[in-house]
Design a protein around this ligand. Structure first.
Ligand code: ADP
Ligand code: MG
Length: 553
């Protein structure tokens, strides 16, 4: 076999190794970070994303942009993952995480060029991240979260620059009221279950018409005009079965020879339906929420009995209704007992933006709340929804942890300074990696300045000098173009958002750095005519690959 190349990979597989592999990955990851960079901060711009179906999404949210972008490069996908993890963990800081990850890799590239081995960079980055978390913790202020104004500030910071600008205050207040009404306190530890808060979007009206409902809203109207519009002291039957006559399983043919017979057949059917409705009435329910259909005739009987009913309620809504009202989801009408019914103080049909919706309030479980979001167009509603989503999550995190840091680039500048000092205490090449890490973090204040049309170098110099003087919360007032105390400007964020940025960005940068070999197989199998050129198979190949393909000898 001397001189003959050995192929261990299927034809069409691509392999990139060493420096090439690294620079290829780093380039892709940087490109992703670059793509979201301009959206960072209060003055960040929006992106318009058009999918293959022509649907348009306008957003400023890092996680959403990256999710919609349909990225293929494997290393780029890892940066997308960073934003996604950030979103899952804390719901905010997604752009920051992707931007920091990209910058860490960019700095690493410079170090690799100086012949510093990627594993050294990786371990230096890990050290730096550990130190950064330590510094962040020391910067954090413990705060009493019964301070509503503070919570509103947190919500506002999260919502800033997200297309909800005009009604930021109102939406922040709604978010805070929603979250504070679902807080669980267990042995002094507070937890917030985001699932207790539903968000219902309704196009039409103004954003200012948005409101918090202590209860649930179902986007359905009652099925019969003769049903009451309002039921007080509602006993709800949550039915996961149709109120219809079942179709016979086999095609049955009924021969009818006289009009009398037809009438008696129809009567019989009516009786059967009546029986089902009787069971509903007998259960003591005065409200029926049905996940399936309700036949016309049954609707009529229910209306006659003064029952409020809606049908084809979404499964997710049924589950939430069960939680909110304490009712059980019923699949078999024969087994209903009065204890299975849910309770709500009021079930009411109301007109919202031209459509009727059903409001369920005064529920058994007061921890079920709904935010009704309004806005002129679908895109407006969508963009305030995603801004509100961020706010709900950060307010929850803040209540759970009770630890805040200032925003506006201030923690990043402070951590960078402390890291520079820390680097000086290290020996060898890791020192360079820690320094690089410190510089990478400054990408946040730098980008905030750039996006606001300010001079990033001037701003960064000013920030550093304020921090060196001991002003640990000095950040960038992007509206005035000045360095100010961010606490005084009420720009505050939960500590966890920042620590998660450090963790997620470092993890992915390190992972990408440690790759020195990319082996990519092609998905499409080669056609028979291409088989002639196949290299001989090697041992350990899947069955069928071991032998020589025809035409090789
Ligand atoms: P992310 O997805 O990372 O949260 P954002 O576009 O929400 O991205 O921008 C977050 C950054 O903007 C944070 O660094 C935050 O401190 C900063 N920021 C938010 N509001 C203000 C403000 N009013 N002034 C200065 N910086 C702000
Ligand atoms: Mg944000």
């Amino acid at each position: 076999m001397a001189g003959q190349p050995i192929f261990i990979l299927k034809e069409g597989s691509k392999r990139t190794r060493g420096r090439d592999a690294q620079s290829n990955n780093i380039m892709a990851a940087k490109a992703v970070a670059e793509a979201v960079r301009t959206t960072l901060g209060p003055k960040g711009m929006d992106k318009m994303l058009v999918d293959s179906m022509g649907d348009v999404v306008i957003t400023n949210d890092g996680a959403t942009i990256l999710k919609e972008m349909d990225i293929e490069h494997p290393a780029a996908k890892m940066v997308v993952e960073v934003a996604k993890t950030q979103d899952d963990e804390v719901g905010d800081g997604t752009t920051s995480a992707a931007v920091v990850a990209g910058e860490l890799l960019k700095k690493a590239e410079d170090l690799i060029e100086q012949e510093i081995h990627p594993t050294i960079i990786a371990s230096g980055y890990r050290l730096a991240a550990e130190k950064a978390i330590e510094v962040l913790n020391s910067l954090a202020m413990s705060v009493d979260m019964s301070n509503r104004n503070l919570l509103v500030s947190i919500a506002e910071t999260a919502m800033t620059g997200k297309g909800a600008e005009a009604s930021k205050r109102l939406l922040s207040e709604i978010a805070v009221d929603a979250v504070t009404s679902v807080v669980d306190t267990n042995e002094k530890k507070k937890t917030v279950d985001r699932d207790n808060i539903s968000v219902v979007k309704k196009v039409g009206g103004r954003v200012e018409d948005s409101e918090l409902i202590k209860g649930m809203i179902i986007d359905k109207e009652r099925i019969h005009a003769n049903m009451p519009e309002k039921v007080k002291d509602a006993k709800l039957l949550l039915l996961n079965a149709a109120i219809e006559l079942k179709d016979t399983e086999v095609d049955a043919e009924i021969s009818i020879t006289s009009p009398d017979q037809l009438q008696s057949f129809l009567d019989q059917e009516e009786q059967m339906l009546k029986k089902i409705v009787q069971k509903v009435i007998g259960s003591g329910a005065n409200v029926v929420f049905c996940q399936k259909g309700i036949e016309d005739l049954a609707q009529h009987y229910l209306a006659k009995a003064g029952i409020f009913a809606i049908r084809r309620v979404k499964k997710s809504d049924m589950e939430k209704l069960a939680r909110a009202t304490g009712g059980k989801l019923i699949t078999n009408m024969d087994e209903v007992t009065p204890e299975d019914l849910g309770y709500a103080g009021l079930v009411e049909e109301k007109k919202v933006g031209g459509d009727n919706m059903t409001f369920v309030t005064g529920c058994n479980n007061p921890k079920a709340v709904t935010i009704l979001l309004r806005g002129g167009t679908e895109h407006v509603v969508d963009s305030i929804t995603s801004a509100l989503e961020d706010a709900l999550r950060v307010v929850g995190v803040a209540i759970e942890d009770e630890k805040l840091v200032a925003g506006g680039g201030s923690p990043e500048v402070e951590v960078a300074l402390r890291l520079q000092e820390y680097a000086a205490t290290l020996e060898g090449r890791e020192q360079l990696a820690v320094k690089a890490y410190a510089e990478a973090l400054e990408v946040i204040p730098r980008t905030l300045a750039e996006n606001a049309g300010l001079d990033p170098i001037d701003m960064l110099m000013e920030l550093r000098s304020q921090h060196e003087k001991g002003m640990k919360t000095a950040g960038l007032d992007v509206y005035e173009g000045k360095v100010v105390d961010m606490w005084k400007n009420f720009v505050v964020e939960p500590l966890r958002v920042k620590t998660q940025v450090i963790n997620a960005a470092t993890e992915s940068a390190v992972m990408i750095l440690r790759i020195d070999d990319i082996i990519a197989s092609t998905r499409a199998a080669p056609g028979p005519e291409e088989m002639g050129g196949m290299p001989p198979g090697m041992g350990g190949m899947p069955p069928g690959m071991g032998g020589m393909p025809p035409g090789m000898m």
